[in-house]
Ligand binder design. Structure first.
Ligand SMILES: [Zn+2]
Length: 119
């Protein structure tokens, strides 16, 4: 189940100047999107929405996985979650796992974006 939370603070209110680089994760905003390309010298600086969520401890989504299926496929699901993050984060710098609690009876995952949670 995905519980979607929206908060205006993380929506871009005004257009960022380009290029802008996040001082925490080095993601760069250019041509209207965030990428992992290296920022040129003299780029503007900011804290990207994903890092801001981590700093505020305010996830975009919570995912809880439990039940019989979970118990049978625990390891597989663990790998699936990690691989999905790797893929999503590679293509979309704002899609990250914030916390991943692998408990005996369930996994509890929080993310900085909605897309990775849905996947
Ligand atoms: Zn960042």
């Amino acid at each position: 189940m995905i519980q979607e939370k929206r908060h205006d603070a993380y929506q871009q209110r005004e257009k960022l100047p380009e290029p802008t680089v996040c001082i925490k994760c080095r993601a760069m905003f250019q041509a209207g999107r965030w990428t992992w390309e290296a920022a040129p010298l003299g780029a503007y600086t900011t804290i990207c929405p994903a890092c801001q969520r981590v700093e505020d401890d305010f996830p975009a989504a919570h995912i809880e996985i439990h039940g019989n299926f979970f118990k049978e496929r625990r390891e597989e699901m663990h790998n699936l979650i990690r691989n999905t993050e790797k893929q999503e984060k590679g293509e979309h710098p704002l899609e990250r796992i914030m916390t991943f609690a692998a408990e005996e009876e369930h996994f509890l995952v929080t993310t900085t974006g909605i897309q990775s949670a849905k996947r």
